[in-house]
Design a protein around this ligand. Structure first.
Ligand code: ISL
Ligand code: CA
Length: 567
C-alpha cells in the first residue's frame, strides 16, 4: 500500500442515508420524524454501517423539502424537538455510529431572518448577505437559468432590484463574497460540532462562489430563453479559498467527516477538493454516473445508458482519486431507484439478483459506500398514477412548463423514470397497511409493491437483498484489500460484464458482474475462491448467469500463475 495513503474511520465505514420525512413516523401524522429514526436504530446498526447522513432536519417551510432552511439552529417542527435530536445523536453514538448532517449554505429559505431583513431596504445590514442586482432594461440582470424555474432571478418590487436563486424562488443564494456571511456559517457549523455531530454533507458546495461580474451564460437557451450556466457558477476559484478558510475555522482539530456535493465537477476538479495537501474536503459526490442516462438538455431528456461509458466513468474517478478518496453511491434522494434504472424488474428473482449485483459492482470499488434507505431492500421506482401524486417541486415545475408547451405526456413519462419522488416514498417496513411507515395518512404515496418488498419479509428470507447487503458490507469492512487495495478495470471490452480487481499486499479480489439479462462468457478463466455470490446453484468458472455477481479472492501467486498460463 502506498505509504502516502492514510487510514481513516471515514474511509472504512459505510454511510446510511436517511430521508427523515419518509423513514418512520412515530406519531401518526403521516410524516417521518426523528423519534421514528431513533426507534429504528437497531435496524440501522444491523446493516453494518458506521455512520448516518440525515437529509436536512432544520426548520423549513419545505418548498424544496428541507433544502430551504429558515433557521439553521432549530429542528423542523414536524420532525420533533432538539431533545429528540439529541436522543437520536446519543443513540447513534451509543451504538458506535456517527452522525453526518446536511449543510445547505449555498442558499437559505427566503423566510430566513437574514433574507427577511435583506429584502427590506438597500441599506439594511443584511442586504449583502444575498446577491442583489439592478435589472437590465427592465429584465433580469443576466440570462442565467435556474435548476427549478426558468430564470435564476426574482424581481423584488420593494427595492426595485432582483435577487439570485440558482434553485427555487424560495431559495435565495447567499453571498459568499461577504465575510460576514462566511463567519455566520462557520459559527453555526461549530455549534453543531459542539453539540456532537461528526461531520457534514455539504449541499452543492461547489456552487457557493459565482463568477465575478455574473457574466451571461453562452450555449443554447431553454425554451423560455434562459441559459443554464454552470461555467459561471460551479467550481469558481474562490470556492477553494472559502473551503480552506472553513477548514481552519471548523474542521481543524476535530475528528470529522467532510463531504461535498459537487455537481458538474470533473474528476480532476474533484481531486482539487480532496487533494490531501490542502484537504479542503474528505470526499465529494461525483455526478458523472448519475448523468449517464441524461441527454444534452439535461436529466429529463432520457437516453439509454451504456456499459462502455459506465466503465470509463468509474475508471476515470477511481484513477483520478488514487491519492484522494471516492464516494461510492448509486442512489440518493434525488435519483430514481438503481434497480429500476440499471437492473431488471422482469421477474422477482431478477429484481433481487440485479439489486445485489449493483451493490457488488458499486460498493466494492475503492471509496466509502453511501447507501440510501431502501437500497438494501432493492426498492424500486413507483407507479405514480398522475401528477397529483407528485410532491417534488422539481418535477412539478418541469411538468407545468412542459404542459404549457403541449408536452405533458412526454414530461410525465420522464417523471416516472427520473422524478425524485421515486426515491422519496415511505420506507417499506412490512406488508401491512402503509408499509407500517405510519398509522396515519402518508405525506407521499406508499409503493404498492410493499406487499412483497419490505424489511419484515427480507428479515425472514435468507436470500434477501437485505441479508446480502449485510454480508457485502461485512466483507468489505473485514478486508484490507477491499478497503485500501488498488483498483484495476478488467474485461474492458466486454459488452455485458463489468469487472475489476482490487489488489493489496499480495492479495487480489476479483469482482465480476454481469450487467445484462443474458448469460455472459468471460474472456478468460478467473480463478480463486468465491467468497460472495448473488445467487445459488451450480457455478461455471467462465460463465456468468444474467445479472450474476461474484467476488473471488486469490493470493497474487495464483493470480500471476493464471496470467503466465495464458501467456
Ligand atoms: O436533483 C437533481 C437532479 O434531479 C440535481 O440537479 C440537484 O438539484 C442537485 O444535485 C443539487 O441537489 C441538492 O441541492 C438541491 C436539492 O433540491 C437537492 O435535494 C440536493 O440534493 C437544492 O438545495
Ligand atoms: Ca410524525
Amino acid at each position: 500500500m502506498d505509504a502516502a495513503i492514510e487510514k481513516a474511520w471515514w474511509k472504512e465505514c459505510a454511510v446510511y442515508q436517511i430521508y427523515p420525512r419518509s423513514f418512520f413516523d412515530s406519531n401518526g401524522d403521516g410524516v417521518g420524524d426523528l423519534a421514528g429514526i431513533t426507534q429504528k436504530l437497531d435496524y440501522i446498526a444491523s446493516l453494518g454501517v458506521g455512520a448516518v447522513w440525515l437529509n436536512p432536519v432544520y426548520d423549513s417551510p419545505n418548498d424544496d423539502m428541507g433544502y430551504d432552511i429558515r433557521n439553521y439552529e432549530a429542528i423542523m417542527q414536524e420532525f420533533g424537538t432538539m431533545a429528540d435530536f439529541d436522543a437520536l445523536l446519543n443513540g447513534l453514538h451509543a451504538r458506535g455510529m456517527r452522525l453526518i448532517m446536511d449543510l445547505v449554505v449555498n442558499h437559505s429559505s427566503d423566510e430566513h431572518a437574514w433574507f427577511v431583513e435583506s429584502r427590506k431596504s438597500k441599506d439594511n445590514r443584511y442586504r449583502d448577505f444575498y446577491i442583489w442586482r439592478d435589472g437590465k432594461d427592465g429584465a433580469e440582470p443576466n440570462n442565467w437559468a435556474s435548476f427549478f424555474t426558468p430564470s435564476a432571478w426574482k424581481y423584488d418590487a420593494k427595492t426595485d432590484q432582483w435577487y439570485l436563486h440558482l434553485f427555487s424562488e424560495k431559495q435565495p443564494d447567499l453571498n459568499w463574497r461577504n465575510p460576514a456571511v462566511r463567519a455566520e456559517v462557520y459559527a453555526m457549523m461549530n455549534r453543531w460540532f459542539d453539540r456532537g455531530v461528526d461531520g457534514f454533507r455539504m449541499d452543492v458546495i461547489n456552487l457557493i462562489a459565482k463568477a465575478e461580474g455574473l457574466p451571461d451564460g453562452a450555449g443554447s437557451p431553454s425554451p423560455e430563453g434562459y441559459v443554464f450556466a454552470p461555467a459561471h457558477f460551479a467550481d469558481q476559484p474562490p470556492v477553494h479559498d472559502y473551503l480552506r478558510e472553513m477548514r481552519r475555522a471548523c474542521f481543524d482539530g476535530r475528528d470529522c467527516m467532510c463531504v461535498g456535493e459537487t455537481p458538474f465537477s470533473s474528476s480532476a476538479t474533484a481531486f482539487s477538493y480532496v487533494d490531501p495537501v490542502h484537504r479542503e474536503l474528505d470526499m465529494v459526490f461525483s455526478f458523472d454516473l448519475m448523468d449517464i442516462d441524461s441527454g444534452k438538455s439535461g436529466k429529463w431528456e432520457i437516453v439509454p445508458w451504456n456499459l462502455d461509458r459506465m466503465k470509463s466513468i468509474i475508471e476515470d474517478w477511481q484513477t483520478a482519486l488514487t491519492d484522494g478518496w471516492n464516494i461510492l453511491f448509486c442512489s440518493n434522494h434525488d435519483q430514481p431507484r438503481p434497480v429500476s434504472r440499471f437492473g431488471s424488474l422482469k421477474s422477482e428473482a431478477l429484481r433481487v439478483r440485479s439489486a445485489k449485483m449493483l451493490g457488488v459492482a458499486m460498493h466494492l470499488l475503492r471509496g466509502t459506500p453511501f447507501l440510501y434507505q431502501g437500497e438494501e431492500l432493492g426498492m424500486t421506482n413507483v407507479p405514480f398514477r398522475d401528477i397529483f401524486d407528485i410532491r417534488d417541486l422539481e418535477s412539478l415545475n418541469f411538468y407545468r412548463l412542459a404542459a404549457a408547451r403541449g408536452e405533458a405526456e412526454a414530461a410525465w413519462q420522464a417523471i416516472l423514470h427520473k422524478g425524485r419522488d421515486n426515491a422519496r416514498v415511505p420506507m417499506q417496513w412490512s406488508a401491512e397497511q402503509n408499509a407500517s411507515f405510519t398509522t396515519g395518512t402518508p405525506w407521499l404515496m406508499v409503493n404498492p409493491n410493499h406487499d412483497v418488498i419490505n424489511v419484515e419479509a427480507a428479515e425472514h428470507d435468507p436470500d434477501s437483498v437485505l441479508h446480502f447487503y449485510r454480508k457485502l458490507l461485512r466483507l468489505r469492512a473485514d478486508s484490507r484489500t477491499l478497503l485500501y487495495g488498488d483498483f484495476r478495470l478488467i474485461e474492458r471490452e466486454h459488452a455485458q460484464v463489468f469487472a475489476y480487481t482490487r489488489m493489496l499486499e499480495g492479495k487480489t479480489c476479483i469482482i465480476l458482474c454481469n450487467m445484462s439479462e443474458k448469460t455472459a462468457r468471460l474472456t478468460e478463466q478467473r480463478g480463486g475462491e468465491c467468497i460472495l455470490r448473488n445467487m445459488n446453484g451450480a457455478m461455471q468458472a467462465n460463465l456468468l448467469e444474467p445479472f450474476e455477481a461474484r467476488v473471488l479472492v486469490s493470493d497474487d501467486a495464483d493470480f500471476d500463475k493464471q496470467r503466465s498460463e495464458r501467456g
